[in-house]
Design a protein around this ligand. Structure first.
Ligand SMILES: [Zn+2]
Length: 262
């Protein structure tokens, strides 16, 4: 795949996706860190799990197994159970809310909400990338393209057998203009010949089967709809190297073809 053919929008989408992926990680990591602090969990352990095991599996495991929320003893500053009657460290009797310091319920919430919003943005980016791909922006749709063809239509029941400089194709039907292609290698342009054997049925709309041979700016096309015999096409106008061999299906069906370069 030649990345030069990819449109700028694709790179922007990927960039934005990576940006939100990082942002999601950061927000969730901050939330885990702060949440660990008020529960007496080890933030390092959980952040390592979150980072290296699986981000969302790590987050879910954390939400299931995390300890209860703690409160702080005003006398010694230790974390103690929210139901404790005495401070487990200094022995202070917890009689009323003046003896302890509660963690604010809402202080961490903004991080997990930001993380969720950012995570949703990742999904929007993925959808945008898929739409970009499906609408054909990702690739060339022109039959004379120097790059691989990106078909926007569809085909039914196609059997293909590609090997070095040999291409068998059997195709029931395809949307108009559909292009099947393969890459072949020309090693000796002055002596090599492309041989094509093809049959097809023209639909009632009337159409044709076109052979295209494309190498850079050299483009040759031949109507191969009603070949009575094997087509022999000399390759002396091409240069040594890779060449795109394409069949364009224009309102024909039951295409059977065999192409070789020898
Ligand atoms: Zn205490």
């Amino acid at each position: 795949m030649d990345y030069a053919q990819l449109p700028i929008i694709f790179f922007i989408e990927v960039f934005v996706l990576i940006f939100f992926a990082i942002l999601t990680y950061v927000f969730f990591a901050i939330w885990i860190y702060k949440d660990c602090k008020i529960r007496g969990e080890s933030p390092l352990l959980w952040l390592l799990l979150f980072t290296f095991v699986s981000n969302f599996l790590g987050l879910i495991i954390y939400l299931i197994v995390r300890k209860e929320k703690k409160q702080v003893c005003k006398s010694c500053g230790c974390l103690i159970s929210s139901s404790a009657k005495y401070c487990e460290s200094c022995g202070l009797a917890i009689e009323n809310s003046n003896d302890i310091q509660q963690f604010k319920q809402t202080s961490n919430r903004k991080y997990i909400i930001s993380g969720i919003v950012s995570f949703c943005m990742i999904f929007i980016c993925v959808i945008a990338i898929i739409i970009t791909g499906l609408t054909g922006f990702l690739g060339e749709t022109n039959v004379i393209s120097k790059f691989e063809i990106w078909n926007t239509g569809f085909e039914t029941i196609s059997r293909e057998n590609k090997s070095q400089n040999s291409w068998d194709l059997s195709l029931k039907s395809a949307t108009e203009g559909f292009v099947k292609e393969t890459k072949m290698d020309i090693t000796n342009p002055d002596e090599q010949v492309l041989y094509l054997e093809a049959t097809c049925d023209i639909t009632k709309e009337g159409g044709n089967l076109m052979l295209w041979i494309v190498q850079g700016d050299t483009v040759k096309s031949i109507d191969v709809t009603n070949l009575g015999e094997v087509l022999e096409y000399p390759l002396n106008e091409f240069e040594k190297g890779e060449v795109f061999v394409r069949l364009q299906i224009n309102n024909v069906k039951n295409v059977k073809s065999n192409i070789i370069i020898e």
